[in-house]
Design a protein. Structure first.
Length: 70
C-alpha cells in the first residue's frame, strides 16, 4: 500500500505531514492492523482518539507536606 494517502486531523484541523511522517504513520498503523484478526486487506482505516482529561482528585493540596510529630 505504498500509494496510501494519510491525513491527520487534530481538533478538527488538518495537520500537514511531510513524506517521512506520512510514511511512518502509514507503515506503523498498517503493521499493527495486519496483526489483528478480521482486519485483513484494509481499503480504508479510520482511527479516532479522544483525549479525556482525568477528573481532579480532592486529595492533598499541591506542595503541602505531611505534619510531623515534632
Amino acid at each position: 500500500m505504498k500509494n496510501a494517502r494519510v491525513t491527520l486531523e487534530v481538533n478538527g484541523q488538518e495537520v500537514p505531514l511531510n513524506p517521512f511522517v506520512s510514511d511512518f504513520l502509514r507503515q506503523t498503523i498498517l503493521g499493527m492492523i495486519s496483526a489483528l484478526k478480521g482486519a485483513k486487506s484494509p481499503r480504508q482505516i479510520k482511527l479516532e482518539i479522544e483525549v479525556v482529561k482525568p477528573k481532579a482528585s480532592k486529595s492533598k493540596k499541591r506542595g503541602s507536606r505531611p505534619k510531623t510529630g515534632t
